[in-house]
Unconditional design. Structure first.
Length: 238
């Protein structure tokens, strides 16, 4: 059955990271929508306007414009703080939520609280003048996000070149999850077993927070780049 898929990228990424997944899904007859969030990808210059709410509204508004219905709404990594807010804004347009190697926040907490102090220091210490955005180091991005792709792999080289500075405001904002938690929209958590950014044990905690058992994928943190076919197979079974 043909579905609408809405794909939301994570930190420092853009819609570009979904290109291969989008191609596979579209080839199989689905409608696929992936957009740059404010301050990301081709909208990197808008980093001052990035917030959890602006992220969510950009996705929800695009879904309304495109007439999306009963969508499989996928959030990768940081996208896990975005798709709950999208579901709150346009619940009638969302048929299923998929958290892909994604953060699931306790209500009233912020994304930066999910990481140890050493990891937070990377962002605060490397922030652009004014403290508004930070460029994640390429070597760390490879190790933590893209470890299944060896050095010299064309996919890796391209991905590292396309990473943009991450706006810090969405990281620091406390997110109220109470309205989302009351929604009856089905949800799935995909856990990546070789994930160096969100280790399997932490991913299991996030899945439990959603009240689901995770679906396991033998992958690094970014299967939309490194394990495209396997990820598409999982998404099409939802």
């Amino acid at each position: 059955m043909a579905r609408d898929y809405v794909l939301v990228h994570g930190m420092s990424h853009g819609a570009w990271c979904w290109e291969l997944v989008s191609e596979r899904l579209a080839k199989n007859g689905h409608r696929v929508f992936a957009r740059d969030l404010p301050g990301h990808g081709r909208r990197a210059a808008e980093w001052r306007h990035a917030s959890v709410q602006s992220y969510a509204h950009s996705v929800a508004d695009a879904m309304a414009r495109e007439g999306v219905r009963d969508a499989v709404l996928v959030g990768h990594s940081m996208g896990g703080i975005v798709i709950p807010k999208v579901a709150e804004l346009v619940p009638a347009r969302v048929g299923h939520l998929v958290f892909l190697a994604a953060v699931v926040l306790p209500s009233g907490t912020s994304l930066d609280q999910q990481f140890p102090l050493a990891a937070r220091a990377i962002f605060t210490g490397g922030a652009r003048a004014g403290g508004g955005a930070v460029q994640y180091p390429a070597a760390m991005a490879h190790a933590r996000w893209m470890g299944d792709m060896p050095a010299g792999d064309e996919r890796l080289t391209r991905a590292l070149a396309l990473l943009t500075p991450q706006p810090l405001r969405p990281w620091r904002e406390r997110v109220d999850m109470s309205q989302f938690n009351a929604l009856a929209i089905p949800r799935t958590y995909i856990r990546c077993l070789r994930d160096a950014a969100i280790p399997p044990a932490r991913a299991a905690e996030y899945a439990a927070r959603l009240g689901v058992t995770p679906i396991d994928l033998d992958s690094d943190h970014g299967p939309m780049l490194s394990h495209v076919d396997e990820l598409v197979q999982v998404l099409e079974k939802i």
